[in-house]
Design a protein. Sequence first.
Length: 222
Amino acid sequence: MIFAAGKGTRMAPLTDTRPKPLIEVAGRNLLDRALQMGRAAGAAPVVVNTHYLGQQIHDHLAGRDVRISDESGLLLETGGGLRKALPLLGESPVMTLNPDVIWTGPNPLSALQDGWDGRRMDALLMLVAHDRAQGRVGPGDFSLDASGRISRKGDFVYAGCQIIRTERLAEIGDEIFSLNRLWDLMVAEGRAYGIIHPGGWCDLGRPETILLAEAMLAEDVV
């Protein structure tokens, strides 16, 4: 699932007239980059959720083999959005991807598939070291122990993609909620894990980060 419903307010004025996933970096928009990453990792089916200026995303995806989870009536955040999309996604676990990130190096979705162990994991998050997280504002999100388990606070940033079991979404009573709620349940039970992305990573959170991302991509090509 690609999360494409957010308003992208920190990206204003670029998002005044278009949704953030359709912003271009180095000549390609973020949504197409995310779709290519998913296809390269063999993801199927592919679901994209929409809310803010959602018709533009609908139009952009017309004719493609992509399912739309329409949140035009109510923006549900990541947890509520994932739960609404479950009938389109199919069986648990699923992969989720934030499109507002630029990557270099190996495909992180493929790396997650290689690292997944359903016997001991309910979630496997892709992480990046805080000091290598270009465009990041704020502290780290997680620590990582020797076995690969994650805990809250530390020097690693959630990089924007994961494999996660979805069954426990039914336990959360709120309609609108973040996936942080689900992560906390899994962390408490020692079933949330992380792996570290070895390549480049840039958070597209503000207009000025586009230049950072384009410089990172140019360096990767060279």
